[in-house]
Design a protein around this ligand. Structure first.
Ligand code: MSP
Length: 503
């Protein structure tokens, strides 16, 4: 089963911040989970390198745009590595292969009769790279997102006949009710379409930093079409020896933030249809991470640097925090203090302690060998039953419900902690007559921790990997989920999430 998941590609004229890391981690969790299911996964991320702000920033710094993007793109690549992203390729829209493929597709849209020459007159926000309609304008002709005064643009350029795709898009949304998730975002996209679509510029005449339009090389392809096409072009050159397009297109999931909904949920499927290509299967639109009620963004200066967070808490803690603190799909506040609390209470106490205690008790009472035992019926009952958690996680992650799946896992972490308190293995160990009972409890703890570490692996791969190794579980696939007999050797390891002062 092919599974192709993407992140938005990031603008290189800003420093990577936690908002960018968020989209990448979400897509990474989905990619890792599907690999665990033995699926044929391709995971793409990268950088969006053309457009006006890049050209302007380069000029200010006395660099060519190419020099600027070459200098900045590695920061995004490194951010991915630091947060444990397992992407299969990193695309840059300045890659010559991307440029050539964009020209091919744009030419096809032209040849299919969906392009015409016209005059654009209206408001343009260079930071959004968006031509704003009157209804999208803020007060005093400002950009409602960036709060900057907009220039009125007038230029001769080429248009994409978006309006001609209104009915086809409505049909697509009707036939595929889960095309966009969560459903309130689907409704938002659909009402945009139902409000009536206007044609959009396909090229810019005033810019030179971009992909030259094949039939009029003085103009460049509008940066959003250039950027969106990355999802398609990457497959053609990510592997030297193989064109992956047939294997992975259409994409299974595009993970995006809510600010880029219109481009992805409206322009993108229409543009693909115009090129005779299949639209993606699904899009997941997440909310914003806010700091002090405002969207975290470089221009507002309220950013958490993911590198600093990783340095302090570790990459797994960052990955975990993103989906615990803020319900995936909604907006929510993050803060350094919030990190600390979650880290201490959930990672260090709930999970880290449970793992350490389990390993320590098996070593102390059973010489480091997991005893034979049977599943304790109390752990198989109720809403937080351990058995079947893999099915629950699969079902939720099929819908990209990252916070709900993590909450389902955490309910089982709490259940196992209660099990320790209820059974008190340290007391059973004092009484030889309770030896069988102790075997059973230790067996259930080892199995519980092993299976939870497996379903947690996509979220917190580094520490779960260490824990699974300590439990002699070499497998990372969900096939390994089924019950394992006793007999495995376990070893104690340093705390997975050391107390902050001890780090
Ligand atoms: N280059 C375009 C995307 C092109 S995709 C074909 C872009 N880049 S971006 O760098 O500005 O943003 C990329 C993603 O990061 C967006 O999905 C955006 O929502 C996300 N985030 C940026 N700041 C964010 C938060 N504060 N919170 C959550 N995600 C936000 O848009």
């Amino acid at each position: 089963m092919p599974f192709y998941v993407t992140t938005p590609i990031y603008y290189v004229n800003a420093e990577p911040h936690l908002g960018h890391a968020y989209s990448t981690i979400a897509a990474d969790v989905l990619a890792r989970h599907r690999r665990q299911r033995g699926e044929d996964v391709f995971f793409l991320t990268g950088t969006d390198e053309h457009g006006e702000p890049v050209a302007q920033a380069a000029e200010r710094q006395g660099l060519t745009p190419q020099q600027l993007v070459d200098q900045n793109a590695p920061r995004f690549r490194e951010m991915g590595e630091r947060i444990g992203a397992s992407n299969d390729f990193f695309i840059r829209t300045t890659d010559p292969e991307h440029v050539a493929r964009v020209q091919e597709v744009v030419q096809r849209v032209h040849d299919n009769g969906h392009v015409y020459e016209g005059t654009y007159e209206g408001w343009y926000c260079p930071r959004c790279a968006d031509f704003k309609t009157e209804s999208e304008l803020g007060e005093g002709n400002t950009c409602a997102i960036h709060e900057i005064r907009l220039e009125r643009e007038r230029e001769q350029n080429w248009f994409f006949r978006l309006s001609a795709f209104e009915d086809e898009l409505k049909r697509l949304y009707a036939e595929r009710p889960d095309f966009v998730a969560p459903s309130f975002r689907r409704n938002e996209a659909l009402s945009f379409i139902e409000g009536g679509l206007q044609d959009v510029s396909l090229s810019r005449a005033k810019l030179s930093w971009g992909v030259p339009l094949p039939w009029q090389r003085e103009q460049v392809v509008y940066v959003w079409f250039d950027a969106l096409l990355n999802y398609y072009t990457a497959l053609s050159y990510a592997r030297e020896e193989e064109d992956l397009t047939d294997r992975f297109w259409p994409a299974s999931w595009h993970v995006i933030g809510k600010d880029i909904l219109k481009f992805h949920c409206v322009y993108w499927p229409a543009f693909l249809l115009a090129a005779g290509l299949e639209p993606p299967e699904r899009l997941y639109v997440h909310g914003y991470l806010l700091m002090g009620e405002k969207k975290m963004s470089k221009s507002l200066g309220n950013v958490l640097d993911p590198n600093e967070v990783v340095e302090r808490f570790g990459s797994d803690a960052l990955r975990f925090y993103c989906f615990r603190e803020v319900s995936f799909g909604q907006d929510g506040n993050v803060s350094a203090a919030g990190f600390e609390t979650r880290y201490e209470t959930e990672l260090a106490n709930d999970w880290g302690n449970l793992a350490s205690r389990t390993l320590a008790m098996i070593e102390r009472y059973r010489g480091g060998v997991v005893p034979d035992g049977e599943v304790d019926p109390v752990l198989g009952e109720g809403e937080d039953a351990l058995a079947g958690i893999d099915g629950v996680v699969r079902e939720l992650l099929d819908r990209a419900e990252l916070s709900q799946a993590l909450e389902a896992i955490w309910a089982r972490v709490r259940r196992l902690n209660r099990y320790v308190e209820e059974t008190k293995p340290w007391e059973l160990a004092k009484d030889a007559a309770q030896s069988d009972r102790l075997d059973r409890v230790l067996y259930n703890l080892a199995e519980g921790v092993r299976t939870l570490a497996l379903v947690l692996h996509p979220y917190i791969p580094e520490t779960s990997g260490r824990l699974l190794d300590a439990l002699s579980e070499g497998n990372r696939e969900l096939d390994a989920f089924g019950a394992r007999a006793g007999g495995a050797h376990v070893e104690r390891i340093p705390p997975l999430f050391p107390k902050l002062e001890a780090r």
